[in-house]
Design a protein around this ligand. Structure first.
Ligand SMILES: Cc1cc2nc3c(=O)[nH]c(=O)nc-3n(C[C@H](O)[C@H](O)[C@H](O)COP(=O)(O)OP(=O)(O)OC[C@H]3O[C@@H](n4cnc5c(N)ncnc54)[C@H](O)[C@@H]3O)c2cc1C
Length: 441
């Protein structure tokens, strides 16, 4: 929809017909809001819809909902829908999104097991909570498989709805894209909230009751009862349509595109969002990081280019924020594992500080970790975990990395201060200074 809206901004309806095929009933919806809707913070489904098909129609963008594309004839310039309709095109944008990761474990399709991808998934989980009860005398038990940000946001949402919550993950710690020392803080926070976390356990099967409904999971470390199982096992690219048509995939498995979001062998075809491969600004390597921030920008680039205005996607840092309970989490750029994989000689420094002036009653602990290139002091990545006000500080670090700054540049930069917002030396500045003090950068 970002591509469609941008193309319409640049070209009149008399000049460009825009048609969108959507298999579901919603367009322009916030999957990101699903955990907050399930948790009861957001009142209704409609609040998660930014624009309806009717609103797009008013902009002369024709949206066919309930219309699944099942084939692309690249030579003929035609998309074929499941109901047999054929839609001709001069330019095509593929934005099929992501495909949730599902291990081949028995029972994952059973009633009582829920994905978290589309609004209908959110509605189904809400309905199950509203209808469900736990065994007599105890609350419902919710089990989340996976410790990524979606799994953790869902764990908090289920707890907010009164469920007893268990998170089971295959990795040693939640939040794979944090370093272990920072992820351990997240794990600790979950446990302090009363959420049971079982690590290093891959799921083997979903256990079913006599009615064939999920009643627990068995992992390679144990068995856990559950009245409701939520899957948060990660997201790959949804590329079946593109691959079947013969479009090239990149080494990440996502659709291979250039910086204009064009498919290299078919410049009349664009791909953007979770289905498309991109590149990392720091490592320079290819990347697939399914985030709405990237998807929207890439869609806008595709829409510009197909409408005739040159544009280039500038790459990603994988900047992301989330929270569990009162603990805010932010990350950007390379974590230490990624820095190592990218061949950097790096150092990592972590500082402990407070989110506001230490004497302010609302000051909370915050840890800032910066990863820099040894010698040059070039910022490669950063992670922040702490109380209220911690997470969005990552944007300062993301901007510094984006601009190619060194730790010393950042340590000397003019960041704001007043006691309700930060200590006189902001934690971000303090972390950068630790690196520059050693003569690096
Ligand atoms: C629970 C959750 C929380 C999230 N939170 C955040 C967050 O806080 N921050 C962030 O940056 N990102 C977040 N994301 C990720 C973000 O939602 C995605 O990166 C973003 O939606 C990707 O946009 P997209 O347009 O590529 O794909 P999608 O939004 O998935 O849209 C693709 C659309 O294509 C349709 N489609 C697929 N195949 C076909 C077909 N063959 N025919 C017709 N239609 C088809 C699908 O029905 C879908 O509507 C979250 C995701 C989830 C699930």
């Amino acid at each position: 929809m970002s591509a469609a809206a941008q193309a319409r901004r640049l070209r009149d309806p008399a000049d460009l017909d825009i048609t969108v095929l959507e298999q579901g009933r919603d367009v322009s919806y916030s999957a990101c809001g699903i955990p907050y809707w399930v948790g009861g913070l957001v009142a209704g489904r409609d609040e998660l819809i930014a624009r309806t098909p009717a609103e797009f129609a008013a902009q002369d963008i024709t949206v066919h909902t309930g219309t699944r594309a099942v084939g692309i004839d690249l030579a003929g310039g035609v998309v074929v829908a499941e109901d047999g309709r054929r839609f001709g095109y001069d330019s095509l944008v593929i934005g099929t999104g992501g495909r949730p990761t599902r291990p081949p474990s028995p029972g994952l399709d059973a009633p009582g097991v829920f994905g978290v991808h589309r609004l209908d998934d959110g509605a189904a989980i809400r309905a199950a909570i509203d209808a469900g009860t736990g065994p007599a005398g105890r609350p419902m038990r919710g089990l989340v498989l996976g410790g990524g940000y979606i799994g953790l946001e869902m764990a908090e949402a289920l707890q907010a709805r009164g469920l007893e919550v268990t998170v089971v993950l295959a990795d040693p710690l939640p939040m794979q894209l944090l370093d272990a020392d920072m992820a351990a803080r997240v794990c600790g926070a979950l446990r302090e909230m009363g959420i049971a976390v079982h690590t290093d356990q891959a799921v083997r099967e979903v256990l079913l009751d006599v009615d064939g409904r999920a009643c627990g999971v068995r992992t390679d470390g144990g068995s856990y009862d559950a009245d409701l199982v939520v899957l948060g096992l990660g997201m790959g690219p949804e590329v079946a349509l593109a691959a079947d048509a013969g479009l090239a995939l990149g080494s990440t498995g996502a659709i291979d595109v250039d910086r204009s979001q064009r498919c290299r062998d078919h410049p009349e075809v664009f791909a953007a969002g979770d289905c498309a491969q991109t590149f990392h600004r720091v490592s320079g390597g290819v990347a697939h990081v399914p985030l709405g921030t990237h998807a929207n920008k890439q869609g806008r680039v595709a829409g510009s280019v197909l409408a005739g205005r040159p544009a280039r996607f500038a790459g990603i840092l994988g900047t992301a924020v989330t929270k569990v309970g009162g603990l805010e989490i932010g990350r950007t750029g390379l974590c230490t594992t990624q820095a190592e994989q990218a061949g950097f000689a790096y150092r990592a420094d972590t500082i402990e500080a407070t989110t506001r002036a230490g004497y302010h009653p609302d000051a909370e602990d915050v840890a800032v970790k910066v990863i820099t290139e040894q010698g040059s002091g070039q910022l490669l990545g950063a992670q922040i975990v702490g109380g209220q006000g911690a997470a969005k500080r990552i944007d300062v670090l993301a901007t510094a990395i984006w601009a190619g700054m060194t730790a010393e540049d950042l340590a000397g930069s003019d960041l704001s201060y007043a006691p309700p917002f930060s200590p006189v030396h902001d934690p971000v500045t303090v972390a950068a200074r630790v690196v520059s003090r050693t003569g690096q950068g």
